[in-house]
Unconditional design. Structure first.
Length: 291
């Protein structure tokens, strides 16, 4: 049984990783009681495993939606663009994140050249969805247990379990091997769009024109729209509305504002349009969320 004494961050939406340079592994438990966004769209260099213990969620990874439930895993490769939505009244999952360079050694041997170096350099990618592989689940649960018990030698045990997990992923869930050129092309694409995502997150209440956003990325509006949707699964307008509605959920739950005031606060000039859009994407009217 995984210990249940782990601190949960505020609102359970973001994981505050505390990886040290000497031991770059962090595991976090996240819990959500309300349907809606579990975490916003983002990417990172580190390798990540999401282990779902309770409830159901929709994880969007590189624009592909994946529905997951208890006992399932999601693998986030380095630079995978991803975000998550809670579909249930009680969602509990663990985030296991680590720097792949942690598994390398100074010894140049077959293990390094055949497996470790390609993994570290993101040339081997794994399937994102893992459906109830009991052998893999056992290793992940042991990894989490060791991490939180922190008994003598736990660092060695954690590293050993990471190796065991990677072996199983290599054997059964290897998706593809990419060249250094393709990897660099992917990195540049994400690097160009990441500032736009951050800008949208900061200025979602304002009128953000397609021309302005595409010029920030030094792209034509048509190319920007196509690239943005390929990476996020949404058009720029849909993504902005996604941000606004998620912020509205928090205001409905935590503030004393009425529905019209909240609609204006998150960037909608028409409260009726806000209500229609809210019901379309959240499947309930704003009044059902209002505290």
């Amino acid at each position: 049984m995984i210990p249940m004494y782990i601190a949960i961050d505020k609102n359970g939406r973001k994981c505050n990783f505390n990886k040290s340079k000497d031991f770059p592994v962090d595991i976090h438990r996240s819990e959500h009681q309300c349907q809606g966004t579990a975490f916003e769209c983002h990417w990172h260099e580190n390798f990540e495993i999401l282990y779902f213990e309770q409830g159901e969620a929709l994880i969007h990874c590189n624009s592909r939606p994946i529905r997951v439930g208890p006992g399932e895993l999601i693998i986030i490769n380095s630079n995978d663009l991803h975000y998550g939505e809670n579909l249930s009244s009680q969602l509990v999952y663990y985030v296991v994140e680590f720097d792949l360079s942690f598994i390398q050694s100074n010894q140049i041997d077959l293990c390094q050249t055949k497996y470790m170096t390609p993994l570290v350099h993101n040339r081997i990618l794994f399937r994102n969805q893992i459906e109830r592989n009991n052998e893999l689940l056992v290793e992940v649960r042991h990894l989490i247990d060791e991490y939180y018990r922190q008994e003598l030698g736990y660092e060695l045990a954690v590293k050993a379990y990471i190796y065991r997990i990677l072996v199983l992923l290599l054997r059964f869930y290897g998706e593809k091997t990419i060249s250094e050129t393709e990897k660099e092309r992917q990195r540049k694409t994400v690097d160009r769009l990441n500032p736009i995502l951050e800008y949208m997150e900061c200025y979602y209440t304002e009128k953000l024109s397609l021309r302005h956003l595409s010029s920030m990325a030094n792209m034509s509006p048509h190319y920007f729209c196509r690239l943005f949707k390929n990476l996020t699964g949404k058009s720029p307008t849909e993504y902005i509305n996604h941000l606004r509605l998620n912020k509205a959920v928090l205001l409905l739950q935590e503030s004393n504002l009425n529905i019209t005031e909240i609609a204006i606060a998150v960037g909608f000039n028409d409260s009726n349009y806000f209500s229609r859009l809210f019901k379309k994407y959240k499947h309930v009217p704003p009044s059902a969320v209002l505290k």
